[in-house]
Design a protein. Sequence first.
Length: 182
Amino acid sequence: MSTTQQIGRHLTPTTDLTVDTPAFEMFYQREFRTIVAIARALVPDGGAAEDLAQEAFVAAHQNWQKVANYDNPKAWVRRVVVNKATSFQRRRGAEWRAVTRFGNTSPTTMPDISTETEEVWDEVRRLPRRQAQAIALFYVGQLSIEEIAQVMDCQQGAVKSHLHRARIKLSQSLAPWGQETQ
């Protein structure tokens, strides 16, 4: 399936497909897995993570003539997916609060990663938003501090601080998980 077919279901009939260049196709093929992995680290639902990644690439496709001229188009897409994940989590929280007001229904999800890995990422998602974003971009996206600062639109020192604080919290919450009892 071509990129146009994959993202086509998200495009409106008024979208101009003439910008679907080979450069975008190559960019999409090269970066898609990493963008999905970043989204997956920030949201607990694998399907939602893929949707967020698709939405980020749709935005890139719709703005490709401008995005392609940026020094680092993948940084632009990473920022879009981080912002979309934040919005998704906020929306999900608001929806959950609304549902709990009217009934005690819990959502069901299909696990698509190991239980141990899911537990680690559950702990990451419990971190403050900026710390979780920094962890996801550093460990999943394998970005440098400078690149993370660009995506998060903050100073490199702030990224280092977010990572440091997140690592401390994770080491405390995951220490019992990784230790064997005697």
